[in-house]
Design a protein around this ligand. Structure first.
Ligand code: PLP
Length: 411
């Protein structure tokens, strides 16, 4: 059943197939790393050229008003809102995910002053934990960072916990939390819930509003395709917005930045979470990249994401049995994000050999091969061809060459 013609048939019937045409993809490569850096949407280069040449080149300072640059963080936030189940005015694009975590984690601890614990996962993305250590040390009020295994997160929530800071989809294994259940468990104990949606947004529907989640951050350059180092976003539940005390109290979050008042007074609503002048060129790229989501059915996106990863796991089980791979991703599709991770003792070299064959995934230490499945621009045949390439490399030990063992800075 898992042959190439049946994959071609799946592509033929794929309701999302047309989106591939809206990306600029390199010839001869199969791109399985859109979970790390999304591909380039065709709409982006033209938009960036326009902003540089006309809005900046000709409009100069006038473009802050005439081209509405000043509103861009809000407008981009409003485009992201429907992808995460938020309302207009609950999301703003700004800074990086790390900086946004700093801002919202600090604010959360202020909102739960009597409580001493930041609860997170030991296997969380390192920057999330580094930021939490920084916030704890900076505040110097005796907060503790309690780290547990992902499956123990809910049972570790008690009345000491001020905020549960969790990443919905684990970057290593692809394990996916039940967002509703974890949020509800945090609220039952009176804790705030701060989600990192970096590996969820643009990969599946997210329903922050339905879950009544308090706070969230996420990444602009992964499944949102905003380009390397694209601005990130942050979400604050409407009911909390005016209670947030921004720790980075910059002028762009001031009530009236151009009144140049001497004292800080936070803006109403989500805007107070802005700090400095927004990076307009980068925001314009993200803004243009977001336009294609207007036409995307997120439930169809999730169905295809699951179908692609099921296909890949099935092919690997069928073709690569006994070749040293183990599945690190949950076998249950409900518990998975949009990636499949495989362990192999020579994982780094295997991935370099795959990349040399034009199958681009990535590697995470110590032994994880990561394959991201982006439903908007991947075909079922791409999944088939990737599994065949992987089988070939493992059978012939094609990875066993010195150049594939040499570690680059970015893996
Ligand atoms: C990608 C990612 C980040 C990246 O943070 P930056 O500040 O953009 O470097 C943070 N957290 C998680 C969970 C991620 O997946």
């Amino acid at each position: 059943m898992l042959d190439r013609p049946s994959c071609q048939a799946l592509d033929h019937d794929d309701p999302l197939a047309a989106f591939r045409e809206r990306f600029l993809l390199p010839e001869g490569a199969i791109y399985l790393d859109g979970n790390s850096l999304g591909a380039l949407p065709k709409a982006v280069p033209g938009r960036v050229r326009e902003v540089v040449a006309r809005e900046w080149g000709e409009g100069l300072i006038r473009s802050w008003n005439a081209a509405h640059w000043i509103d861009l963080p809000r407008r981009v936030g409003d485009k992201i809102a429907p992808l995460i189940g938020a309302e207009p005015g609950e999301v703003v694009a700004a800074d990086s995910t790390s900086v946004n975590l700093f801002k919202l984690l600090s604010a959360a601890l202020e909102l739960r002053k009597g409580r001493s614990v930041i609860l997170s996962e030991a296997d969380n993305f390192p920057t999330d934990l580094y930021v939490a250590e920084g916030v704890r040390d900076q505040l110097g009020r005796g907060h503790r960072l309690r780290l547990v295994a992902g499956e123990e997160l809910v049972s570790a929530i008690d009345e000491e916990v001020a905020v549960v800071m969790a990443t919905q989809v684990n970057f290593r294994t692809g394990f996916r939390h039940d967002l509703d259940a974890v949020t509800a468990a945090a609220h039952r104990q009176g804790a705030l819930m701060l989600w990192d949606l970096s590996h969820s947004v643009g990969a599946m529907p997210v329903a922050l509003g339905r879950a009544d989640a308090d706070l969230a951050v996420g990444c602009g350059y992964k499944y949102l395709n905003g380009g390397p180092g694209a601005p990130a976003f942050l979400y604050v539940h409407r009911d909390l917005q005016d209670r947030i005390r921004p720790p980075l109290s910059g002028w762009m979050g001031h009530r009236e930045p151009f009144a140049f008042e001497r004292d800080y007074a936070p803006a109403e609503g989500i805007a107070r979470n802005l700090c400095g002048t927004p990076p307009i060129l980068a925001l314009a790229a993200l803004d243009a990249a977001l336009d294609l989501w207007r036409d995307v059915d997120l439930d169809a996106l999730r169905r295809k994401s699951i179908a692609l990863s099921e296909l890949f796991i099935g092919l690997v089980e069928e073709r690569c049995a006994g070749l040293g791979l183990t599945l690190a991703t949950p076998r249950d599709a409900e518990r998975r994000g949009s990636q499949v991770s495989l362990r192999h003792p020579e994982g780094y070299a295997v991935m370099q050999a795959l990349i040399a064959e034009g199958v681009i995934g990535d590697f995470r230490s110590p032994d994880l091969l990561r394959f991201g499945f982006t439903p908007l621009y991947l075909r079922y045949v791409d999944v088939f061809d990737s599994a065949v390439a992987l089988e070939k490399i493992l059978r012939r030990q094609g990875w066993d060459r010195p150049e594939f063992r040499r570690r680059a800075t970015v893996t």
